[in-house]
Design a protein around this ligand. Structure first.
Ligand SMILES: [Zn+2]
Length: 285
């Protein structure tokens, strides 16, 4: 893990493009940190407390200021499961109200047990952490001299996505909403491809200069068009084929060769996305 400076006072670690495994230690997502006069604000928690500990150790070599806030962009393991480290260091955990609901319902613990079965020792050290600050409407957070606008979204990549915007710096943290040259994952049970398109259109209206996402190098607004392109490609093609009476198997077969074949995570996510969008379109009719 190598800490990189994105720009003044903003740092990141960059996970690889892969599914989690023992070999990659689950280090397949990014985390970010902003240094303020009062202390650190971190965005996302990586997949395990061991990884987030590594990340914090790196931050402390830059500045030993305290960890003030940890903002979790959504409930997926590679963004949330490492949050225990931040909590233990005294950071306030900030997340969407639906993440708290997921935690309280017991479903989060069931999902963690399933992930432990599937990935062996990888998630052994994970303890789920509930948010201290629950976001149900737009929230302005002032830490030291810096401002963070925290924007909860309706269902898109999940039903608990947050955007974090630093207006002065024109930096937008996009969680897993924006992907560049990588196929987005749309298979979450609470995902909405229609909502994702609306979220992406909303991001396009913002005056952000730098987009910092969960799985890419720093991006600009052109990445939003890439993501919109894939989502629209799926929705339009599946909609048309359904209108022609095609079955899900025929649709999947017809979309096997597509313009996104060569991009990262295509083989892991594309088929799941086709099934999910097909099911969603049934509900939209
Ligand atoms: Zn995700």
């Amino acid at each position: 893990m190598r800490l990189r400076r994105v720009q003044k006072d903003i740092y990141m670690v960059r996970g690889m493009d892969a599914l989690p495994s023992l070999e990659n230690r689950g280090f397949m997502s990014n985390a970010f940190a902003v240094l303020t006069a009062e202390g650190w604000v971190v965005i996302d928690a990586l997949s395990t407390p061991e990884l987030s500990r590594d990340f914090v150790d790196n931050l402390m070599r830059v500045s030993k200021k305290p960890l003030k806030y940890a903002i979790i962009t959504h409930y997926h393991p590679d963004h949330w499961y490492g949050a225990k480290t931040y909590k233990e260091l005294g950071a306030k955990i900030v997340a969407h109200k639906n993440l708290l609901e997921f935690y309280r319902s017991g479903d989060a613990q069931v999902a963690l047990e399933a992930n432990r079965q599937r990935f062996g020792e990888l998630f052994k050290g994970v303890t789920l952490v509930a948010p201290d600050v629950v976001v149900s409407e737009r929230l302005s957070l002032r830490v030291g001299e810096k401002s963070f606008e925290i924007i909860p979204l309706p269902p898109a990549h999940t039903d608990n996505d947050l955007l974090v915007y630093m207006p002065k710096e024109r930096v937008l943290f996009t969680g897993d909403l924006v992907m560049l040259n990588r196929v987005p994952f749309m298979g979450d049970r609470n995902a909405s491809s229609k909502g994702l398109l609306q979220a992406l259109q909303r991001i396009k209206q913002m005056d952000a200069k730098v987009l910092l996402g969960g799985h890419n190098e720093p991006m600009d607004m052109s990445a939003v068009d890439f993501t919109i392109g894939y989502v629209q490609f799926l929705r339009e093609n599946i909609k048309n084929m359904k209108a022609q009476g095609k079955s899900i198997d025929e649709i999947r077969e017809a979309l096997k060769n597509n313009p996104y074949n060569r991009y990262a995570m295509h083989d892991a996510f594309h088929n799941v996305n086709v099934f999910k969008v097909d099911a969603e379109l049934d509900m939209e009719d």
